[in-house]
Every structure is written in structure tokens, then in C-alpha cells.
Ligand binder design. Structure first.
Ligand code: ZN
Length: 244
């Protein structure tokens, strides 16, 4: 199986299309949550993901708040402004679909599980070694893929712990060895925050036991123009240009 790994699309249709085009030979798609929020195309992004023939999709915190099943209280001013716009823009059908998304973690097969934040808490941010160690201890598959931070990262544990990310450049290959646990964030499709404006995603080949973290250029200007035209905060357009 070849899986395309997408997280934190954030209503950025241009970035989503670029990632899908760059990995068009994938057999199935794993979507790690936050389909909406920040960007100007929540309904179109949901339509595109819904139309994928083989996809496992779990919810993110923005999906929950956008769908009205979680409180906006944990959000900062900017995220709140954007998710209130999103909630108003979603059609009832799209809102319902978001509300019914599964909670992570979710086991995909014997090799891999997916979560939005962490395997022990869908809303938790994994940033440091302590968090990563806890996740590696609690994940139920050799490879756990996560998102939420919008920053690519890679950790492994085989008795010894190692942080061997963050991936840099257009391609970062991780060969998955037996008897090693891996915890990897392939980055954000629609709102990268590691200083690289390109869309980030992963391609997992379960036969070759290889996970590749990739970057692809997309039409940032088009996504920015839609954010401005929608009346969303200008800073949300600006940050796409710098990947912060
Ligand atoms: Zn996110």
C-alpha cells in the first residue's frame, strides 16, 4: 500500500490540490484532521476529501469547533475569528459531515495509526522530547503519524530515544526498521509553520517500509487572495507567504 498522508489542510484548496497531484499514485489517503479553519475554502476542501475513493479521515480541533461540537474557548483571538467565519460559511450538510468525523487515534493497519494531536489526547500538542516519549510509549502501532503543530518532526524509540527530525528540504526519507517505534509529523498541507511556505505531506509505502516527508509548491497567491476577499484577517494570508 502507498498512503498519502495529509494533515492540517485548513481550508486551503490550492495546497490540497498540489499535494494530491504530487502523490497521485497513492492507493489511499490518510487525513489527520483540521480540514477547516483559517482558510477560505472549507466547503470545497470537504468536498474534495469526501470524493477521495479510499480515505481514512479523523477530526482536528478546528473541525470540532467549526462543526459546533466543541467550545471556541481554547482558541486564540485569530483562530476564533477564523473559526466563527468558517462556522457561518459551512453548509448544514458540510457541518454535519464534520461533526461525524471519527476521533483519533485510529489504527489504519498493522503498521500505522493516525492521530491529530497525540495518541493519548487528540487535542494535545507534541513539541518536546517528554511529549514524544509519552506518545511513543502509548501508540499501538510501530508508526504513529500526528499533526496539530504544523511543524514536521520525527522521533524514534528502540530502547533508546532519538529525535531525528525535523525534516528539511523537498524530500526526507525515513526507512522503517523492524522493532523500532516511530512517531512522525509530516507537517501541514495548508498552513505550514516551519518557515517553509510549501505544502507539506507524507507518502508511506508499507511494502518498502519507507515514509517520505515531502514539500510541494502551490499557488499561495490564489489562496491569499481568497482569504482577503472573504474578509478573514489579513495576517492569515500573510503567514501563508512565509510559512509561519
Ligand atoms: Zn491545525
Amino acid at each position: 500500500m502507498r498512503y498519502l498522508v495529509l494533515s492540517d489542510i485548513h481550508a486551503n484548496l490550492e495546497a490540497l490540490e498540489a499535494a494530491l497531484a504530487a502523490a497521485s499514485t497513492a492507493d489511499a489517503v490518510l487525513v489527520l484532521g483540521d480540514l477547516v479553519g483559517y482558510g477560505a475554502d472549507p466547503n470545497a476542501v470537504i468536498d474534495r476529501v469526501r470524493a477521495l475513493p479510499h480515505a481514512s479521515v479523523i477530526r482536528g480541533n478546528h473541525d470540532k469547533v467549526g462543526a459546533g461540537i466543541d467550545s471556541v474557548r481554547s482558541f486564540n483571538h485569530l483562530a476564533r475569528h477564523a473559526i466563527e467565519w468558517t462556522a457561518a460559511a459551512l453548509t448544514p450538510d458540510h457541518r454535519q459531515w464534520l461533526a461525524e468525523l471519527s476521533r483519533g487515534p485510529q489504527a489504519v493497519d498493522d503498521l500505522v495509526e493516525i492521530c491529530h494531536g497525540a495518541p493519548f489526547d487528540e487535542d494535545f500538542y507534541i513539541f518536546d522530547e517528554l511529549d514524544a516519549r509519552r506518545a511513543l510509549a502509548e501508540q499501538t502501532r510501530p508508526l504513529c503519524l500526528f499533526g496539530h503543530t504544523h511543524v514536521p518532526a520525527a522521533f524514534r524509540f528502540d530502547g533508546d530515544f532519538e529525535s531525528f527530525g525535523p525534516p528539511k528540504g523537498a524530500k526526507f526519507d525515513i526507512v522503517l526498521h523492524d522493532d523500532v517505534r516511530y512517531l512522525v509529523n509530516c507537517g501541514a498541507v495548508g498552513q505550514p509553520r516551519d518557515g517553509d511556505a510549501r505544502a507539506a505531506f507524507g507518502v508511506l509505502d508499507t511494502v518498502k517500509k519507507r515514509l517520505t516527508v515531502r514539500r510541494v509548491e502551490y499557488d499561495v497567491g490564489a489562496a491569499q487572495a481568497k482569504i482577503i476577499a472573504a474578509g478573514l484577517p489579513e495576517v492569515l494570508a500573510q503567514r501563508l507567504g512565509v510559512g509561519r
